[in-house]
Design a protein around this ligand. Structure first.
Ligand code: UDP
Length: 488
């Protein structure tokens, strides 16, 4: 009888980057609201990112806790407390620091196994950056699910690129090629691919990605932060053609229903939420453009200056998030044109540091989003029903750009040509002005906005009772319950 009624217990182990930790805590909450007991595994310096959400969830009767394991900074030559990608990018932009960070994460297998031994959860949802997690879970007979943090479209694009290698058939970096097999006649250039995809060299990073692909095939399946209606052709392709077992359970950000949950995702916001809402409350519906490039991309002063001038020239009201604060070395404001803030008073709001993104996007005054196309931001923009300016920087963001501009047709490209880690390819002010106007004013903007609003409604329906994501999550929980009962 015990095993019939015992609650399912799932471990969630996110990669230590905000773009992975934020959706993971949302995911744990989403499982928690369905009666699943959840534990999030992280390291001490990342604990504060989860603790408030966990406390608020506990107050609502959701069973959720945090399990901490030590991060071996010193062992790999990283400074004490350098336990996430945000901290890594603050100490250096070189690949070597990132590789050291990855080396440290690989040392987490043993403490993870210790926790699995002690707590005997029924399932482990672990990030794609932890390929060894499948074997770790298998030692204890526990199914491992993979979380990539991105959507079906880019998962399929990556798989097709790896299988067919079309970039090896073109004669120059700027010659477009079609991604073979992928529905939609999607064209890319070599310039838009990551260094890893382009190079034949084996590095510590390529080894992890290769191991990650292999471990995914051995795992129980993949959980995807997306909803079926958004990218059905690619969800089908992923399952039926590529043969992956996958559950779509998003948009995960929609589990944040009250103001506090929306305002404090990830980090403490650098602006008071009421101040932000008050500023927006004076604006007409769909009149403000929101500009933010996620938690990793870090533009140099010249690019920020160009962006400021492009924004001013567009004539639109805006909220612009800049990853700098007014302390220490970052206090230098050489990235702002002379008198910019004075001229923009009442018209533009600059948030230095961290913004309450979901709260802002969901405000009716916000009518457009200039984004780096990180998957969370893309999906949050879709969910909020706003057209997007796609300004990809790195990772799989150029793939997401194609989904937004060519498949969903809810945005325009700012015209970035070159994949570039962290700092981005330079974009001129005229291109910025043009793209911002294209999503904010005119008939084309109106048509994109209607499509975006329709998708936003579908996103909300997907997580409601009988919606596609609700249905898939139920199916997954039932399956895990059955597999637990049959193995005990
Ligand atoms: N985010 C936020 N405030 C900020 C910057 C980012 O709340 O000032 C959140 C954003 O809502 C998203 C996540 O951080 O959930 C960033 O993830 P994404 O995949 O968009 O980009 P990444 O940071 O991984 O490049």
């Amino acid at each position: 009888m015990g095993s019939e009624i015992r609650q399912i217990h799932i471990f969630f182990f996110p990669f230590m980057a905000h773009g992975h930790m934020i959706p993971t805590v949302d995911m744990a909450k989403r499982f928690g609201t369905r009666g699943v007991k959840t534990s999030i595994i992280t390291t001490p310096a990342n604990a504060s990112l989860f603790s408030n959400t966990i406390q608020r969830s506990n107050d609502l009767g959701i069973e959720m806790d945090l399990k901490l394991i030590k991060f071996p900074c010193v062992e790999v030559g990283l400074p004490e407390g350098c336990e996430n990608i945000d901290a890594v990018t603050k100490i250096g932009t070189g690949m070597d620091v990132f590789i050291n960070f990855l080396k440290a994460t690989a040392m987490l297998q043993e403490p993870l196994e210790q926790l699995l031994r002690e707590c005997k959860p029924d399932c482990l949802v672990a990030d794609m950056f932890f390929p060894w997690a499948t074997d770790a879970a298998a030692k204890f007979g526990i199914p491992r699910l993979v979380f990539h943090g991105t959507g079906f479209f880019s998962l399929c694009t990556m798989a097709c690129m790896t299988i067919y290698e079309p970039h090896k058939q073109v004669s120059s970096d700027s010659e477009p090629f079609v991604v073979p097999g992928l529905p939609g006649d999607i064209k890319l250039t070599r310039k838009q691919l990551s260094d890893m995809m382009k190079s034949n060299e084996e590095t510590a990073f390529t080894k992890i990605i290769k191991a990650s692909k292999e471990s995914e095939l051995k795992s129980y399946g993949v959980v995807v932060n997306s909803f079926y209606e958004l990218e059905s052709a690619y969800a089908d392709y992923y399952r039926n053609v590529l043969g992956r077992k996958a559950w779509h359970i998003g948009p995960l950000s929609l589990c944040n229903r009250n103001l506090e949950d929306k305002a404090s995702r990830g980090k403490q916001a650098s602006i008071d939420d009421n101040e932000c809402l008050k500023w927006l409350s004076y604006k007409k519906p769909d009149s403000v453009v929101y500009i933010c490039f996620g938690s990793v991309a870090n533009f140099n002063s010249d690019q920020l200056m160009e962006l400021a001038m492009g924004l001013e020239a567009s004539g639109q009201d805006f909220i612009w998030v800049v990853r700098k604060d007014k302390k220490g070395e970052e206090a230098n404001e050489d990235w702002l044109p002379e008198g910019f803030e004075k001229r923009m008073e009442g018209k533009g709001l600059i948030i230095r540091g961290w913004a309450p993104q979901v709260l802002i996007l969901e405000h009716e005054a916000v009518g457009g989003f200039v984004t780096h196309c990180g998957w969370n931001s893309t999906l949050e923009g879709v969910t909020a029903g706003v057209p997007l300016v796609a300004w990809p920087v790195s990772a799989e963001q150029f793939y997401n750009e194609k989904l937004v501009t060519q498949v969903l047709k809810i945005g325009v490209s700012v015209g970035v040509q070159q994949w570039a880690r962290l700092v981005g390819d330079f974009v001129k002010r005229d291109a910025i002005e043009k793209a911002v106007k294209e999503i904010m004013v005119g008939d084309r903007a109106g048509a994109m906005r209607s499509r975006a609003k329709e998708l936003g409604k579908m996103a909300r329906r997907a997580i409601e009772k009988e919606g596609s994501s609700y249905f898939d999550l139920n199916g997954l929980i039932d399956e895990l319950r059955l597999s637990r009962n049959s193995s005990k």
